[in-house]
Ligand binder design. Structure first.
Ligand SMILES: Cc1cc2nc3c(=O)[nH]c(=O)nc-3n(C[C@H](O)[C@H](O)[C@H](O)COP(=O)(O)OP(=O)(O)OC[C@H]3O[C@@H](n4cnc5c(N)ncnc54)[C@H](O)[C@@H]3O)c2cc1C
Length: 465
């Protein structure tokens, strides 16, 4: 998201509040969503995810202190057994009325190999802790997602990715994993040991067992130059295929109803450190909301006001190690849908989605995000066998997001898109099988790892059929 504070919008919220009918409608739309009771009638405490759109009352909660303790508790654990990371998925992967299993206490470095830049990490380690931990041994992950609050296990389980031509999602750099099966058996797998389990469970949706350790193929620590610039969306869409290949990491955020996009790039550099300035993305987002509140029913004015406000904003530059710049803080909560389409389809799908939103969804003010991800060979990876362009849409956590299913998802499905496993989508097994060449094989490996379906909750039953 662009992180420049714009001036014009400052009074817009207040002005909008002054306009009688509009203010009433906005108050209604912007009220806090109703929260389920903190304790249910049987005395079980509420669990909910980051976005607040998934809830559960688990009968049991467990947080083993070691892999051995994890292996001891699994055979007798109440089903469904659902591992939880940091709760940053939007889909119902985690909710259970059985056992909610956190591996928060399995953190840190197990070992590393300086010669080939690899490291074995306990799977409950947060990405935010992993950056400095790897920097201490002169390594970094080749790529990172937009935030770093996720656990390594949770990020791998849903195919979490960053952006960059030739750069794979996080699981693409895992060369071995250790998994504790529901039976309590501890298995190590890689391309050479139990390769079928390795290929199926690397992006495993927490449905094959509980990940306890991951060996990552990293690379030597690198300094990067981050640049954020505001550009014309039409020109950017024309330039994107060539532009994406010119930078180590490139992505953009279309600011709907403005004709503008924020282009974000990272490139290796030896220049001296220039630390990032304090994050102002949240203020910018609320400015876009104020603009929406004020000009929702006058799109031409909305565009004009935005363009006037954004006219002279300079590029924002920061230079530092990649783990300090690639991820961001996202204090404003939202709900998100993201699909990954074959790379050649990305720009066409984006054009259609922008047109549909600007025609039929004036409520939208969050940016539309576009990234690029290299192919890999994990059977349930959304990037299996194909370079992909991702397209993501967001809605403020307080507001309706039904427009995503109505306006956006059909375009992304038509383009051959595969959904992000951790983000909103409507697909089930019958839709997924034709999208994943190794879906049946992965489902068979899953049944062998968990023959009694002890890790299946209703959402996973929909996915695996
Ligand atoms: C603000 C925000 C920004 C985001 N940015 C990005 C982004 O840039 N790129 C991207 O791709 N995604 C992004 N996501 C999505 C996020 O990365 C994924 O949903 C990720 O899975 C969340 O990790 P988590 O640790 O919170 O796992 P959870 O959401 O808690 O769990 C996710 C899955 O992992 C499983 N799991 C957890 N621990 C284990 C374990 N030990 N063994 C086996 N399975 C386990 C769970 O059962 C579940 O199926 C973002 C989400 C948010 C809220």
């Amino acid at each position: 998201m662009t992180s420049r504070r714009t001036l014009l919008f400052a009074g817009a919220g207040l002005l909008a509040m002054g306009v009688g009918g509009l203010a009433g409608r906005r108050w209604w739309l912007g009220r806090e969503p109703e929260l389920p009771a903190p304790i249910d009638s049987e005395g079980r405490a509420l669990w909910s995810n980051w976005a607040g759109n998934q809830h559960a009352y688990p009968a049991r909660r467990a947080a083993p202190a070691s892999e051995a303790e994890l292996a001891d508790l699994l055979p007798a654990a109440t089903s469904p057994i659902r591992p939880v990371g940091s709760g940053h998925s939007f889909t119902a992967l985690v909710p259970t009325d059985g056992t909610l299993l956190s591996i928060d206490r399995l953190q840190g470095l197990v070992s590393h190999d300086a010669a080939n830049s690899s490291a074995t990490i306990r799977a409950g380690t947060r990405l935010s802790a992993l950056g400095p931990l790897l920097a201490d041994i002169g390594q970094e992950m080749p790529n990172l997602p937009d935030i770093n609050k996720q656990t390594l296990a949770g990020a791998m389980a849903t195919g979490t990715h960053g952006t960059g031509k030739g750069l794979m999602a996080l699981h693409g750099e895992a060369s071995a994993i250790r998994l504790v099966l529901p039976s309590g058996a501890i298995v190590r797998c890689s391309r050479d040991e139990r390769p079928e389990l390795f290929h199926a469970a690397r992006v495993g949706l927490g449905a094959f067992g509980v990940l306890s350790e991951v060996t990552l193929q990293n690379r030597a620590l690198q300094r990067v130059r981050k640049s954020v610039t505001l550009v014309d969306t039409d020109q950017l869409l024309r330039d994107w295929p060539a532009l994406a290949g010119r930078h180590r990491n490139a992505e953009f955020l279309v600011l709907p109803f403005t004709g503008k996009s924020a282009l974000i790039t990272h490139d290796a550099t030896d220049e001296p450190v220039r630390p990032r300035s304090p994050d102002q993305d949240s203020e910018t987002l609320m400015d876009l909301k104020a603009l929406r509140d004020l000009f929702e029913f006058a799109p031409a004015l909305r565009r004009k006001a935005a363009q006037a406000a954004m006219a002279d904003i300079p590029a924002e530059i920061a230079i530092d190690e990649g783990w300090k710049l690639l991820s961001n803080e996202r204090p404003v909560r939202f709900k998100e849908m993201e699909y990954h389409v074959p790379i050649a389809e990305q720009v066409g799908a984006l054009r259609e989605i922008i047109a549909r939103i600007e025609r039929d969804a004036p409520d939208v003010f969050f940016p539309i995000e576009a990234r690029i991800i290299a192919a890999d060979d994990a059977w349930l990876s959304p990037f299996y066998g194909r370079e992909s362009g991702s397209v993501a849409v967001h809605a403020w956590y307080k507001e309706d997001h039904s427009w995503m299913a109505r306006l956006v998802e059909p375009v992304l499905r038509e383009a051959g898109g595969r959904p992000h496993w951790g983000k909103l989508h409507a697909l089930g097994a019958a839709d997924l099988k034709p999208l994943y060449p190794m879906f049946a094989e992965a489902a068979a490996v899953r049944r062998a790892a968990d023959p009694d379906g002890r890790m299946m909750n209703p959402y996973l039953q929909r996915i695996f059929g």
